[in-house]
Design a protein around this ligand. Sequence first.
Ligand code: CO
Ligand code: ZN
Length: 336
Amino acid sequence: MKPLIQKLVETPGPSGYEAQVRSVVRAEVEPFADDVRVDNLGNLIVRKGDKQPDGLRIMLAAHIDEIGVIITHIDDSGFARFLPVGGVRAAGCLGSRLRFLNGACGVIGSERLSDPSKNPAFEQMFIDFGVSDRKECPVRVGDMAVFERPYQEFGQRLVAKALDDRIGVAILIETLRQIHQPKLAGHHELYFVFSVQEEVGARGATTAAFGIDPDVGLAVDVTGTGDTPRGLKMEVSLGKGPAIKVRDQGMLSDPRLVRWLVQTAESARVPYQTEILELGWTDGKSIQLTRAGVPAGCISIPARYIHTPSEMVDFNDAYNAVRLLVELLRKPISLD
Ligand code: CO
Ligand code: ZN
């Protein structure tokens, strides 16, 4: 699974421009899918199995987009101004390198600040392409980039950009592979959705959920942790298992799903944590509020430094999330 994670995080896919990631995922899932399609927004939708009398139509979602920047203006000397796409933190921008979808690379610099102890605002920063004239600038207004940073393994801890949410994408691909074994599939009609535009407001999952009209929805995404020096007060740590979401800024998980997840984790002896996230949301909120409403929940992978170019997760949490998902999906479900 680690080579797959590396391939996924190294493929650029800023919100709205996910085509490269989509084709990587498509090649991985096609051998195991009953049906693969791409909807009008660009969501890759994989169906596995048919709904049996004792089964449900279940939508699983992990987003293939990542945060990035978009060029807004280029000056006569070839310096480009930009806006964030998704929740980019200004604090981490200075000195960061960017890779554009056309292959061009740039480094983020800043104007001289009157108060050097403060972080520059986005409008005070620019991208330097190493050119001296607008005519030599390798990008145009509207071009998009992602942060450029190598994938590294610190033992079982993985560090990379875009682990939000390529770790979730890898988990869904691996779950689909395992569910492919005849003894594990059978009851449910499963939709593995590799969704677009989550970072700009869970937009892809909105249309995917409307189209699929699921009985139950589960997002797989990252969440914060409370285990760093003087960090967040949060009872989630790296390496203690996938987190079962109870609450975030966009969703109160359906309590029946929370119970189903907790009971399944306990009976299968999969370590798990309970997640209450202060800020942020996932595709779960879009699934929950589609049509007349859908019971929805989320399995979260604890991650440090989310929305910086060096996010960190523990591989064991991803491994255990796959174990939990396979357990959840192989049996009939009663949501009473
Ligand atoms: Co995110
Ligand atoms: Zn995410």
